[in-house]
Design a protein around this ligand. Sequence first.
Ligand code: FMN
Length: 157
Amino acid sequence: MFRRKKKALVVYHSKTGHTAEAAEAVARGLESAGVVVDVRPVSKVSGDEISDYSILAVGSPTRGARPARMVKKFIKGLEKKALKGKPATVFTAYAGFRGRATLRRMRRLLKKRKARVVLRGVAVKAGAPLSLWKGPQASPKDVARLEELGKKLAKKA
Ligand SMILES: Cc1cc2nc3c(=O)[nH]c(=O)nc-3n(C[C@H](O)[C@H](O)[C@H](O)COP(=O)(O)O)c2cc1C
């Protein structure tokens, strides 16, 4: 029987490219599990498009031990109706301080919008603190963790 493929949105913000690379890794994981994936920056996604997707992954750089303001704003602006019960997870790139605090905050924001947050998410160490330039890249091990996150997320959907 013909079954339509599931569709996922990996949405992120990234100033120096580390979270963007993390988003690509999560997308590879989802794709490896047979999901169709769009990878898009938050600035290019409007809230009413969310209902086109059955899976959501949100990524942000860690800034001041929390997600970037525009990511927070993006999540807060999502309609509960569109997010209700939708499997979702989070990821962040951080330079070594409080990446997991960022994950926690993003999970909480998504839950408040009624998403079904199914995994704790992944924080990868990359970049330099307070830097406006690209720093060290995520380790291959961390990239594999991101891919695994995508794969597991697909299975929860
Ligand atoms: C304003 C600002 C605040 C930051 N705050 C933190 C922080 O609290 N903890 C941390 O580990 N890294 C912090 N960083 C470093 C970034 O999280 C890190 O460089 C990350 O890889 C950047 O991701 P991006 O390339 O996707 O923008 C900060 C960077 C900037 C520019």
